[in-house]
Ligand binder design. Structure first.
Ligand code: CP
Ligand code: NVA
Length: 300
């Protein structure tokens, strides 16, 4: 049984295959071709934090695949009243064919995976957002093609860590710029460099936005204050002031953001709402990419 807690829980070949299948499922959905590949199957969805896109794209995806998704929010399950994560995992696995979870602590995902007895998919943790990365890579294929150069500017957060590793796995050159005090963990950089060695992609991490975007076909940023980072808000806003993506920094590149965006903080309104923005394509591709992932994990 396979879990997807980080993007490199998939092999490079599996990642490419999921993206191929996502493109095919996107065409099938657009054509109205039925694809009830998970009829009778159920995805349990456990959320400790708010969500718009992740919840709806997984839920609608299961519907389109002929299955069902059951939502358990923070106040809906016994987890909120102190039932251990391991016990919750065992219960979910008795009923559901897979679990998707958005948790405060990545360690809780590992406990879910160790105890559920069914595949567990990360719907965002403090460390990683691989489901987002699948959509990002599908978007890059559509917008940039199979090869190119991408830049990450801003916080070295969950979305950034998964994108850095995933883009290198998919063969894109990746250059990052973060404040020194909010840099990527060494372990994340090592995983990205290893992926880049395997695929031939160049990976650099630094602190200079202009240098990071110099050759970029796409520039990606995310919020400066992620869920759980609110206590650091003032320190973060000060540290990230030089890392805002505006039209001057973006140039002719495509603009990427996982959403929700904070106009005037990490990105200016003219960029996120402008002609080079592919953020709504990314949001739509959550649906298609996650359907392909679920079929890969559960399809017989
Ligand atoms: N990008 C993303 O995961 O959005 P939600 O928080 O709305 O799920
Ligand atoms: N980095 C953001 C992403 C939200 C989808 C957060 O963790 O809040």
């Amino acid at each position: 049984m396979q879990h997807v807690l980080t993007i490199d829980d998939l092999s490079t070949d599996q990642l490419a295959s999921v993206l191929d299948d996502a493109a095919a499922l996107k065409r099938a959905q657009a054509d109205g071709t039925p694809h009830r590949l998970l009829a009778g199957r159920t995805l349990a969805m456990l959320f400790e934090k708010p969500s718009t896109r992740t919840r709806l794209s997984f839920e609608v995806g299961m519907t389109q695949l002929g299955g069902h998704a059951a939502f358990l929010g923070e106040d809906d399950s016994q987890l909120g009243r102190g039932e251990p994560v391991a016990d919750t995992a065992r219960a979910l696995g008795l009923y559901a064919d897979a679990v998707m979870a958005r948790v405060d602590s990545h360690a809780d995902l590992e406990t879910l995976a160790a105890n559920a007895g069914v595949p567990v998919v990360n719907g965002l943790s403090d460390r990683a957002h691989p489901a987002q990365t699948l959509a990002d890579l599908l978007t890059l294929r559509e917008v940039v093609g199979d090869a190119g150069t991408v830049a990450w500017v801003g916080d070295a957060n969950n979305v950034g860590a998964s994108f850095l590793v995933g883009a290198a796995m998919a063969g894109y050159d990746v250059h990052t710029a973060t404040p020194a005090e909010f840099a990527f963990d060494d372990a994340v950089v090592e995983r990205a460099l290893a992926a880049g060695d395997a695929t031939g992609s160049e990976v650099t991490v630094g602190h200079d936005p202009e240098a990071a975007v110099a050759a970029a076909d796409a520039v990606y940023t995310d919020v400066w204050v992620s869920m759980g980072d609110e206590a650091e808000r003032e320190r973060r806003l000060a540290a990230f002031e030089e890392f805002r993506v505006d039209s001057g920094l973006l140039g002719d590149a495509a603009f990427m953001h996982c959403l929700p965006a904070h106009r005037g903080e990490e990105v200016t309104a003219d960029v996120v709402d402008g002609p080079n923005s592919v953020v709504w394509r990314q949001a739509e591709n959550r649906l298609h990419a996650q359907k392909a992932l679920l079929v890969a994990l559960l399809g017989s």
